[in-house]
Design a protein around this ligand. Structure first.
Ligand code: AMP
Length: 391
C-alpha cells in the first residue's frame, strides 16, 4: 500500500490520542474544547500568536504554507484535520504523505473552487442555481442575456461572507463588476439570482466507513452577507426538512466526504431547493448544536475523523443562534453581567460563547449566543428586546 493510500485507510483513533488541526480559529477552538472532554489532545497550526484554539490546545505558530511547521504538526499528531477550506495544496499533499489524514485532499480541492463545487453537486444529483463560467466581459454579456437580471457575479476562489461578489441589477453594472472582480485574476462565475423564501443549511457528518448522519435544518438569516441568526427548528414543512437532509446525504456520499460537510441552500416559494455553497468543516450555522443537540457538530466531527460511531443528532430544544460581532461585544458583556429579567420572563436561556479574540473589530466574529427556549418565537423576542442587534 502506498503512503498516500495509508494516509486515508480508516483507523480508529482512540481518546488519549492527539488530533492536529490546520488552523487555530474559533472552529478549531470549539473542536478542541469538545474533543478534550472525550480525552483527546489537540495541537493547532496557526500564524497568529495566542490564536483562539491555541488558548485551549497546543499551538505551532507558523504560516499555513510553512512545510517545516506542517511536518512538525504531522510528527506531533495521530490524525490531522482542518478548520478552513483554503489549505495550501502543497501542504495538504505533504501531510497526506507523512501523516494520517482521513479527510484526504479531494474534497478540499473541490470546495476551493465554485465551478468545481457546482459540477460535483450536480454530479451528486442535486440542483444548483443555473450558472455560467465567465472568461471575458463578452462572455459575461452573453451569460447575462441567458440567465437574466438580476444575477450574481462571483469569483470562483477566495470569496467569503459576500466578499468577491457583485449583484448585477442592470446592464450598466456589467462593465464595472467585471473590471472589479476580474482584477484578482481568478476565474469568475455568473449565477442566476434565486428569489428565495428562506436560506437553509444542513450539516452532515460522514465517517471513513461511510456511516452518515445529518443535523436538523437551520433557517439562516444574513445581515450584510454575514450570518446573523440560525433558527432551529427551521420554519419549514416536514417534507422540506426531510428533502434538505436527504440532499445533504446525497452530497456527502457523492463527494466521499469524511468529517463534517455544511450544505447551504436556498428554498423558493414553490418548494424548490438549490444548493449555494459547501464547506467541508464545522460551520457557523451549526453552532446551535452545542447545547441544542444530543451531539454537537464539533463532537461529531471528532467522532467522524477518529472513526468512532457517530452520535445521535436529535434536537433537544428549540434554539436561535445569534452571532456576536465586534460591535456587539460590549453590550453583550454588560447584559451577561447582571440578572436578565427579559430572559426570565420569556423563559429563555441564553448561552454565551466567546472565542477569546482580543481585538473586537467591527463585523469580526467574536462569539455567539445560543438562545434556548420552548419555542423559537420566545428566543427571537429575547434577541429583539436586548436591543443589541438592532431591529
Ligand atoms: P455566498 O458567498 O455564495 O454564500 O453568498 C452570500 C449571500 O449572497 C448568500 O447567503 C445569499 O444571501 C446571497 N446570494 C448568493 N448567491 C445568490 C444567488 N444566486 N441568488 C440569490 N442570492 C444569492
Amino acid at each position: 500500500m502506498s503512503s498516500l493510500e495509508a494516509s486515508k485507510t480508516p483507523r480508529v483513533i482512540r481518546p488519549g490520542a492527539t488530533i492536529g488541526i490546520l488552523g487555530g480559529g474559533q472552529l478549531g477552538r470549539m473542536m478542541a474544547l469538545s474533543g478534550s472532554n472525550m480525552g483527546y489532545r489537540f495541537v493547532a497550526l496557526d500564524p497568529a500568536q495566542d490564536a483562539p484554539c491555541g488558548q485551549v490546545a497546543g499551538q505551532i505558530v507558523a504560516a499555513y504554507d510553512d512545510r517545516e511547521a506542517a511536518r512538525e504538526l504531522a510528527r506531533r499528531s495521530d490524525v490531522i484535520t482542518y478548520e478552513f477550506e483554503n489549505v495550501d495544496s502543497g501542504v495538504a499533499a505533504m501531510l497526506m504523505e507523512e501523516s494520517y489524514v482521513p479527510q484526504g485532499s479531494e474534497l478540499l480541492y473541490t470546495t476551493q473552487h465554485r465551478l468545481r463545487e457546482k459540477r460535483a453537486i450536480e454530479a451528486a444529483g442535486v440542483k444548483v442555481a443555473p450558472y455560467a463560467e465567465i472568461g471575458s466581459e463578452q462572455e459575461l454579456r452573453e451569460a447575462v442575456i441567458r440567465l437574466g437580471l438580476p444575477s450574481v457575479l462571483k469569483t470562483a476562489t477566495g470569496g467569503y461572507d459576500g466578499k468577491g461578489q457583485w449583484v448585477l441589477r442592470s446592464e450598466a453594472d456589467i462593465a464595472p463588476a467585471y473590471a472589479e472582480l476580474s482584477r484578482a485574476g481568478v476565474e469568475l462565475v455568473l449565477e442566476q439570482f434565486i428569489r428565495f423564501d428562506k436560506e437553509l443549511s444542513v450539516i452532515a457528518a460522514r465517517s471513513p466507513l461511510g456511516e452518515i448522519r445529518t443535523f436538523p435544518v437551520a433557517e439562516n438569516i444574513h445581515v450584510d452577507n454575514i450570518l446573523h441568526l440560525s433558527i432551529v427548528p427551521a420554519r419549514i414543512s416536514q417534507q422540506v426538512e426531510e428533502q434538505a437532509r436527504e440532499l445533504a446525504v446525497k452530497i456527502a456520499n457523492g463527494l466521499n466526504a469524511v468529517g463534517l460537510i455544511a450544505v447551504e441552500m436556498f428554498l423558493t416559494a414553490d418548494g424548490e431547493l438549490y444548493v449555494n455553497e459547501l464547506a467541508p468543516r464545522p460551520h457557523n450555522s451549526g453552532h446551535y448544536t452545542m447545547e441544542a443537540c444530543r451531539t454537537s457538530q464539533f463532537e461529531q466531527h471528532v467522532r467522524a475523523v477518529c472513526s468512532l460511531p457517530l452520535g445521535d443528532t436529535s434536537l433537544m430544544t428549540p434554539v436561535v443562534m445569534v452571532n456576536v460581532l465586534g460591535e456587539h461585544v460590549a453590550p453583550v458583556l454588560e447584559r451577561f453581567a447582571v440578572a436578565d429579567e427579559a430572559a426570565a420572563r420569556l423563559g429563555v436561556v441564553p448561552k454565551l460563547h466567546l472565542y477569546g479574540k482580543s481585538e473586537a473589530k467591527v463585523k469580526r466574529k467574536m462569539g455567539h449566543i445560543n438562545v434556548l427556549a420552548d419555542d423559537v418565537d420566545a428566543a427571537l423576542a429575547w434577541i429583539d428586546e436586548t436591543n443589541i442587534w438592532g431591529a
